[in-house]
Design a protein around this ligand. Structure first.
Ligand code: ASP
Length: 259
């Protein structure tokens, strides 16, 4: 049974569809100011949670670079002691990359860092953002025996909570845009939030203080092999100055053209 004491959450808004709202005069979509969140979504007051908002300059997540991951990791480290959990609102296109990167950059995590977003803007009637936002906050606030229920970096989207570094965006159209092929969901959300406890990483009882790693190696390329790929294309990619490693996306069990 989850505890009922009031939790405090830091909501970090970085951009993406979830933060868009239709301008009533022009009909165009523009970023929503999450500092006005309670006026816009009064139902958030019904949650037993104190929510502080930190608003980044909103970007489409196609523009995300490792610099944002470093900024997020530092922010979480610097405010770690003041909050019970963190919710990061992020565009869906690169959410799996950012959440995954953060999961490796943050060490000794004992509190939830829940990424979420939406396929339909929050200012549109049929939005999926409202449920994603509310449940992500609930999960980030959930505690049992004084400890976070999910002390992991994870992605909550359409009734499923996934381990961040097992997640991929698989649909630009479906509301269940994310999936985790090689690891079970950490929680399934229906009438209740059902936590799949055996699959949730437990925080150490006396874990060392939170640490972040910010020296990221950016000289790594992902190269996808495809039928008809010219050897010169691969050669050119391997010769780019500063490349220190290449992940080859090959066929089947690791096959590639012998030419
Ligand atoms: N292009 C948007 C983004 O990733 C899509 C989304 O948020 O769903 O920022």
């Amino acid at each position: 049974m989850a505890e009922t004491s009031r939790a405090s959450i830091l909501l970090i808004y970085t951009g993406g569809t979830i933060g868009m709202k239709t301008n009533p005069e022009t009909g165009a979509l523009s970023p929503f100011d999450f500092n006005d969140m309670y006026e816009e979504f009064p139902y958030l007051r019904m949650l037993n949670v104190d929510i502080s908002v930190l608003h980044f300059k909103p970007i489409d997540s196609s523009n995300v670079t490792p610099a944002l991951w470093i900024e997020l990791a530092r922010l979480i480290r610097d405010s770690y002691a003041s909050f019970d959990g963190f919710v990061v609102l992020h565009g869906t296109d690169t959410m799996a990359y950012s959440a995954s990167a953060l999961s490796f950059m943050i060490e000794n995590l004992g509190k939830p860092v829940v990424f979420t977003g939406s396929q339909i803007p929050i200012g549109v009637l049929r939005t999926d953002g409202r449920e994603n936002l509310i449940t992500a906050i609930e999960i980030a606030a959930a505690k049992e025996g004084g400890r976070a229920v999910v002390p992991e970096v994870c992605i909550y989207f359409q009734n499923k909570l996934f381990r961040a570094n097992r997640t991929t965006k698989h649909s630009a159209e479906l509301l269940n845009a994310f999936r985790s092929d090689n690891y079970p969901a950490l929680a399934d959300v229906g009438v209740n939030i059902h936590y799949n406890e055996p699959f949730i990483r437990r925080a150490e009882e006396d874990s060392a203080p939170l640490r972040i790693a910010t020296a990221l190696e950016t000289g790594i390329e992902i190269v996808k092999i495809f039928p008809g790929m010219r050897p010169e294309t691969l050669g050119a990619m391997l010769r780019i100055p500063g490349v220190r490693g290449v992940v080859l996306e090959t066929y089947g069990a690791g096959n590639a053209p012998t030419a």
